[in-house]
Write a protein that binds this ligand. Structure first.
Ligand code: 3HC
Ligand code: NAI
Length: 706
């Protein structure tokens, strides 16, 4: 037996404990250790039953995902231990009881399903989240869960992947008992009851499936395909669950075939990249566990507009009281009314109680003054975008807050160092760039000024987690990572329209690619006036020779600001957010293109996607070589969580690796020949293409060096 698994005795009960921190994943050595312990228990006549439990903070949280990445790239035999352990557990001649705390996920729940009984503490959660990695369960859950909980519950759990609580799992028949008090003692007592009852161990694979409504699976299939557009694994998971109606061995073979198909798919590789990427972004050179973080007990937000209101909601949702300051009573009332409306919508959807809503509203403390700002540990500024205004507010904040308070700006483009210089404490100043709607979007770009202190950075990263955001540290440049890349992305979308694609064709091609919304629909949502103001601020910096989009400024001049004025790139019927193609815009496009001498042609959706996505990748490569993003995966996470890039494509930089750097580079060079210098390939991209490396290799080198 390995150190990863220990065997102890409590009288006639053998206790197998898995000790593979942090989450007791089934890494090499763990399944082998469990199997060895089982053999020892079976060989010992004095052991009457066995309890399997996790040491530390959780039961087994799944197979080791790192091993899957290796298996997908062709490694052979590394899963042999797991393959052997699952049947050994179920076929064990003595009853095995899984004792669950923390999370039993994926292969962890499957381990428990191979045990003959399952008990758990009330706080435990169980689930099959494999679909979130582009996989389906691969160790029998699609066959055993239907036998315990019915086809419908099994299909929901395997296709959606969300965990269920211990109480729900007990009700569904997945758990046999919820234990109050000490888990191990409760599990041992349960084991003794089973021994006293006598009889052979109960195998889930021997049970028959409870009858169910034959239409219910079709309903789940329809819901899942709508919710998980573009993803392959969820529907495949339902297919595997359906196969549970066949004899067990046939169903298991079906599961194995589908699992393999998913494991080898680009989608799964991308989603596994995203899983580790989400965690990698927390690893910042020079900042570690030893870096001091400041407690955030009281926050303040300046500006209760579109962003400020959402930011205040984030703090209230995390239970942190927050002052919300506005310039006028009218603006304050308006901001608060929107917050209340947002919460009320959540209550209406049943995702929050009316009492919780009032508690959260109670945490938002409206004000027109800085009177209590000395109590704030952090202030987030979310006033209009404009350097002079921001400098003025930061100078005020410098005076009214404690010297140790963090001063954060939600600016989407402006120079954090210039803002910091308006204070006497630039080391306490940082960018906290939330994304709209701020109470919904998970991304928080944390913009490091040249003087932002390690403590302020570490506190910001920790705070992102508290606020249920994915914090990504970025450098200070115009637009930081996300918006800087969005500029060429939107630029190419507009050029394509000028060159002959219809507005709705551009958006449809990008939605088909997997984006949550097409680029021009996003522009309408964000407001063409906002885009115009940002561009206007930097117009003098744009080189004369660079081709500039023709239409967006004209739409702005016509008062077509997007959804807010019911007209932008599209028109929006009164009371609706449905984007309707607008012949007036089409006419404007054709006229502008004619005047500029642009020859219009039919453009394929393949070219639309390449032009738009490769523009993103090329800018990403520049950002990476300038050190504005720490790693390629940081850019991927930003685009997935802030801009609706499909996670199953792994983010723009991973997508470049998947397509092949050489091919992406060749196309960019071709675009440069056709369309001019805005397509000059990033030197980093050229050097990767020449050396045969990709962005993932760069990240691996970065991790090894730090
Ligand atoms: N394999 C390998 N590493 C894992 C892992 C896993 N299954 N689960 C977590 N880790 C690692 C993380 O990468 C992280 O490493 P790091 O510290 O180096 O960054 C560390 O464990 C801690 O993880 P978190 O930061 O996520 O810790 P939390 O406490 O926030 O969350 C958790 C714990 C809920 C268990 C979360 O880690 C999680 O959801 N893990 C994935 C669970 C999962 O998807 N299981 C299914 C795997 S696929 C499978 O089992 C297939 C089967 O059908 C055969
Ligand atoms: P907004 O116009 O909706 O809100 C700004 C609010 O600030 C107004 O209500 C105004 O009354 C208030 N305000 C101005 N001066 C003030 C002062 N001295 N004290 C208190 N309140 C004051 O603007 P929005 O869209 O919320 O933008 C705010 C900031 O967030 C800007 O810097 C913007 O670039 C940034 N941002 C905006 C995003 C968006 O999608 N709208 C996304 C990410 C960042």
């Amino acid at each position: 037996m390995s150190e990863l698994v220990t065997l102890t005795r409590d009288g006639d009960i053998g206790v197998i404990t898995v000790n593979n921190p942090p989450v007791n994943a089934l890494s090499p050595g763990v399944p082998e250790g469990i199997e060895a312990a089982l053999r020892e228990c079976c060989a010992d006549w004095s052991v009457k039953a066995i309890v399997l439990i996790g040491g530390g903070r959780t039961f087994i949280a799944g197979a080791d995902i790192k091993q899957f990445a290796k298996l997908a790239s062709g490694a052979k035999g590394i899963d042999a231990g797991m393959r052997s352990m699952f049947p050994s557990l179920e076929d064990c001649s003595k009853s095995v009881i899984a004792a669950i705390h923390g999370t039993a996920l994926g292969g962890g729940l499957e381990t428990a399903l191979c045990c003959h009984y399952r008990v758990a503490v009330a706080s435990a959660q169980v689930g099959q989240p494999e679909v979130k990695l582009g996989l389906i369960p691969g160790a029998g859950a699609t066959q055993r869960l239907p036998r315990l909980a019915g086809l419908i519950k099994a299909a929901e759990m395997c296709a959606i992947g969300d965990p269920v609580s211990a109480a729900e799992a007990e009700q569904a028949g997945i758990l046999d008992r919820v234990i109050e008090g000490d888990l191990l003692s409760g599990a041992i007592a349960f084991a003794r009851e089973i021994v006293a009852q006598g009889g052979p161990p109960r195998k889930a694979s021997d049970l028959s499936i409870p009858p169910c409504d034959p239409n219910a699976l079709a309903v789940i299939r329809a819901t899942v395909s709508k919710r998980t557009r573009g993803l392959m694994a969820p529907l495949k998971a339902i297919e595997a669950v359906e196969a549970a109606s066949f004899p067990f061995a046939v169903g298991m073979q079906k599961e194995a075939d589908i699992f393999k198909e998913c494991l080898l798919s680009d989608q799964s590789k991308a989603l596994i990249h995203v899983f580790f990427g989400e965690r990698a972004v927390n690893k910042i050179p020079g900042i570690g566990k030893e870096t001091l973080t400041l407690p955030i007990r009281q926050a303040a937000v300046v500006g209760a507009g579109t962003m400020g209101g959402g930011i205040a909601m984030n703090y209230a949702n995390a239970g942190i009281p927050v002052f919300l300051k506005e310039a006028t009573q009218e603006a304050l009332d308006h901001g608060l009314a929107i917050i209340r409306k947002n919460y009320a919508a959540t209550v209406q959807k049943g995702r929050m109680t009316a009492v919780q809503m009032e508690q959260r509203m109670g945490l938002i403390q409206p004000t027109l003054t800085y009177d209590r700002f000395a109590e704030a540990d952090i202030v987030v500024e979310a006033i209009f975008e404009g350097m002079e205004l921001k400098k003025q507010v930061f100078a005020e904040l410098d005076k009214v807050t404690r010297p140790d308070a963090i001063l954060a700006s939600n600016t989407s483009t402006l120079d954090i160092d210039v803002i910091a210089a308006a204070t006497s404490r630039p080391q306490q100043v940082i960018g906290h760039h939330f994304f709209s709607p701020a109470n919904v979007m998970r991304l928080l770009e944390i913009v490091r000024g040249k003087e932002s202190s390690p403590t302020v950075i570490a506190t910001s990263m920790a705070l992102a987690k508290t606020l249920n955001k994915v914090g990504v540290l970025v450098g200070n440049c115009f637009g930081f990572v996300g918006n800087r890349m969005f500029e060429p992305y939107l630029r190419e979308s507009q050029f394509l329209v000028e060159e002959g694609a219809r507005v709705e064709e551009v958006d449809a091609a990008m939605v088909e690619f997997g984006m949550a919304l097409g680029p021009l629909a996003v522009a309408d949502l964000a407001g063409l006036d906002v885009g115009w103001r940002i561009k206007n601020g930097i117009r003098h910096l744009i080189p004369q020779e660079l081709r500039q989009p023709l239409i967006a400024d004209r739409l702005y001049e016509l008062g077509r600001y997007g959804q807010k004025t019911k007209a932008g790139w599209y028109r929006y019927p009164e009371g609706s957010r449905v984007a309707m193609p607008d012949p007036e815009v089409q006419q404007l496009v054709e006229e502008s293109a004619r005047n500029a001498g642009i020859e219009r042609r039919v453009i394929s959706s393949e070219e639309i996607v390449e032009r738009i996505v490769y523009a993103l990748i090329n800018e990403g490569a520049k950002i990476l070589s300038e050190g504005i993003a720490l790693r390629a995966v940081d850019i991927d996470i930003i685009y997935i969580y802030g801009y609706g890039f499909p996670a199953y494509r792994g983010g723009p930089m991973w997508h470049a690796d998947t397509v092949g750097i050489k091919k992406v580079h060749e196309r960019i060079c071709e675009f440069e020949r056709q369309h001019g210098t805005q397509w000059s390939p990033a030197p980093l991209l050229t050097s990767l293409a020449e050396s045969g490396k990709n962005f993932s290799d760069l990240d691996t080198e970065h991790a090894a060096a730090s």
